[in-house]
Design a binder for this molecule. Structure first.
Ligand SMILES: *Cc1c(COP(=O)(O)O)cnc(C)c1O
Length: 647
């Protein structure tokens, strides 16, 4: 809220924009602002070039794509994979740990083939593998995985087909580890493995008492949906023994939930799981891997705290703490160091994609220009004018209460039929005009001088910027869980933003909005934005959406997948990058087909209606055929608004 306290005469610089939108904090060296006010991305941080996101949008538009546009910076994936693997390798070297690190990417966090392939490519030298959690994912995982040294970890509930597919991987010489989520799966795995005459690699998911924290904490703890109790682990070992597969137990797994903001919880879970590992080793189980699951968080709000949208640790600290605590307990229990597996998804992919949406209009509460005041005025208007002429810092609280009372009185009179529309209109206009004046006065005061109940005023005065996208398709966790994402205009950052705003999408759903924004303390209700000017498009970027968001979207209101471009750095290009691939978003007929409207059927039915109208002389035949052609052509349009002409 720092901008509000500055006076208008201060010069606005891009440094002000950086601190207002906290770009250095959540941007982590990937995102910055150029001197001409563009938001830039450096996919390799300081080691590669910086790209203005606005330039990519313009290039995509030139290639025929429109916003909403999802931009993937593929080099950023490389950078994240290297950072994670190197953090573990450094930690292992530092603490003279005798196992190795064998990370896997959980593809449910972003299954897009190009994303998974890029990650595997980046992870080749580290033997970085994949984690799958469903039948479709195991089919995908098996096909993209090529390195026999790297793992395929199979989580999730399984049936015969799932297990059989995973064991095809074993037949091909791959290290596919089937993690049993419950006891009956151990029986299924041994049975199918026997039928296929192959030795399975089995992992057991242990149900720890340590619970996660934040929004996904129910993945761990005694009431978790997954995992085996201590007694069940012992029973699982007996089942493997009886099947003659006692050496198949290779991995001990746990997962306490995603986005764990507090490192203390991670340490406690690691220590608890390692205790299981050590005791099992002492019983003669030759387990080779401890798998610490996911949970490595992202600092969405940049606060470096234990708030749900943040984290109080770094990737380096995460790796060091895991390695150190596993070593500590193994040494104490005198058992060999295991290899370490982690299933970090969010931390690998969140940064790499940016969603750019166009704000194309705003719903403002305050009038564009002051209204003429007539001499003969209604009592309510006179009272409002009195308040307007007499507000000052010291009586701000009192004036606000008077203002609210008049508004309520006006509403009552209207309901009783005692107020004409022209008076009602004037009451509304004056109300917002006075509220805005009050807000201006309030923002010039020190925060402690502002009456408490005026806090709501700022929220009420906020304009709503209408953005051409769907929260349900592109920002599902914000709607469902209140997850926060950094949102920043991608240009004009050398101009002072004027309006406190919220964002609304184009779905017909009042939940289709963003009215919670990142802040260093808690959350903010509004986002400062620039006035939308005449014929220039105004673009807002939604950041850190690469994990879960861009893959989980649903087609509420039949808004489909958005256009997408994949950007690669290239020093030979003048711009420093090129667009390798564009993926067109869903067309109208495609989303309709998903809900059983066949394209030919749609056209056929409308044609029958056009024919009928021609017969009844409502239409001339040529006009009818032209309308039918329009309908048919329109089906190939994108689902979002085409905002080509100036508003
Ligand atoms: C979802 C999931 C992950 C990924 O978690 P992140 O917090 O995104 O790293 C890892 N392992 C399992 C078993 C999961 O279900």
């Amino acid at each position: 809220m720092s901008s509000a306290h500055e006076t208008e005469t201060d010069v606005w610089t891009t440094e002000d924009a950086k601190s207002l939108y906290m770009i250095d904090r959540w941007g982590r060296g990937y995102f910055d602002v150029s001197p001409d006010g563009n938001l830039t991305v450096a996919p390799l941080q300081e080691r590669g070039s910086k790209i203005a996101i606005r330039d990519v949008v313009d290039a995509a538009i030139e290639q025929g794509l429109r916003t909403p546009l999802l931009i993937r910076f593929q080099d950023l994936l490389h950078h994240r994979v290297r950072a994670l693997n190197e953090a573990f390798n450094r930690a292992i070297a530092e603490s003279k740990f005798r196992g190795t690190y064998r990370g896997v990417f959980p593809i449910k966090v972003n299954q897009l083939r190009e994303v998974v392939e890029e990650i595997l490519d980046a992870g080749k030298t580290y033997h970085y593998g994949v984690e799958v959690g469903s039948k479709p994912e195991v089919f995908a995982g098996l096909s993209v995985h090529t390195d026999p040294e790297s793992l395929i970890v199979c989580n999730g509930y399984k049936d015969d087909n799932f297990i059989r597919t995973a064991l095809i991987g074993r037949k091909l010489g791959k290290k596919v580890i089937l993690i049993a989520e419950k006891l009956s799966e151990v029986r299924m795995i041994t049975r199918v493995a026997k039928e296929m005459n192959v030795e399975p690699m089995i992992g057991l998911r242990v149900r720890l008492l340590t619970e996660g924290a934040g929004k996904w904490k129910t993945s761990g703890g005694e009431n978790a949906k997954f995992g085996l109790s201590t007694a069940e682990i012992l029973a699982a070992i007996r089942i493997m023994d009886e099947a003659g597969m006692s050496s198949s137990f290779k991995l001990l797994h746990f997962h306490i939930g995603s986005q764990v903001p507090d490192i203390l919880i991670i340490k406690r879970a690691v220590r608890e799981a390692t205790r299981y590992y050590a005791k099992l080793r002492k019983m003669g189980q030759r387990i080779e891997y401890i798998d610490v699951g996911g949970g490595l968080a992202i600092d969405y709000d940049g606060s470096r705290s234990t708030f749900h949208s943040s984290m109080n640790y770094s990737v380096e600290e995460y790796a060091r703490d895991i390695v150190h605590n596993i070593a500590d307990i193994c040494d104490e229990e005198r058992v060999p160091h295991p290899n370490i597996v982690s299933e970090s998804g969010r931390a690998i992919v969140a940064h790499h994609s940016v969603l750019v949406v166009q704000a194309f209009g705003s719903i403002e509460k305050t009038p564009m220009s002051p209204i003429d005041i007539q001499t003969e005025e209604h009592k309510l208007i006179q009272n409002l004018l009195y308040i307007k002429d007499n507000i000052s810092g010291p009586n701000l609280g009192e004036s606000w209460h008077d203002l609210l009372q008049i508004k309520e009185e006006a509403q009552k009179m209207f309901e009783l039929g005692l107020l004409n529309l022209d008076v009602k209109a004037r009451v509304e206009i004056l109300f917002w005009e006075i509220a805005e004046n009050m807000q201006k006065i309030a923002s010039s005061l020190e925060p402690e001088e502002v009456p408490d109940d005026l806090g709501e005023l700022r929220k009420q005065l906020a304009d709503q910027y209408i953005c051409n996208f769907s929260v349900f398709q592109s920002l599902l966790d914000h709607w469902a869980l209140g997850a926060l994402f950094p949102i920043v205009p991608i240009h004009r950052l050398n101009e002072r933003p004027a309006a406190d705003s919220t964002l609304v999408d184009i779905t017909c759903d009042s939940d289709g909005k963003v009215s919670k924004f990142i802040d260093l303390n808690d959350v903010k209700d509004t986002l400062p934005l620039h006035p939308i000017s005449g014929d220039q498009p105004y673009y807002v970027g939604i950041f850190l959406t690469g994990a879960y968001q861009d893959i989980m979207g649903d087609i509420h209101n039949l808004f489909g997948r958005v256009n997408e471009v994949h950007v690669f750095l290239d020093e030979d290009e003048e711009s420093g990058y090129y667009i390798e691939e564009t993926i067109a978003g869903n067309k109208i007929h495609e989303v309709l087909a998903l809900t059983q409207y066949d394209n030919r059927d749609l056209v056929g039915k409308v044609k029958a209606q056009v024919d009928g109208a021609i017969k009844q002389d409502l239409l001339k035949p040529t006009e009818g055929m032209r309308l039918l052609a329009d309908y048919e052509r329109g089906l190939k349009d994108q689902t979002y608004l085409s905002l080509t002409s100036a508003p």
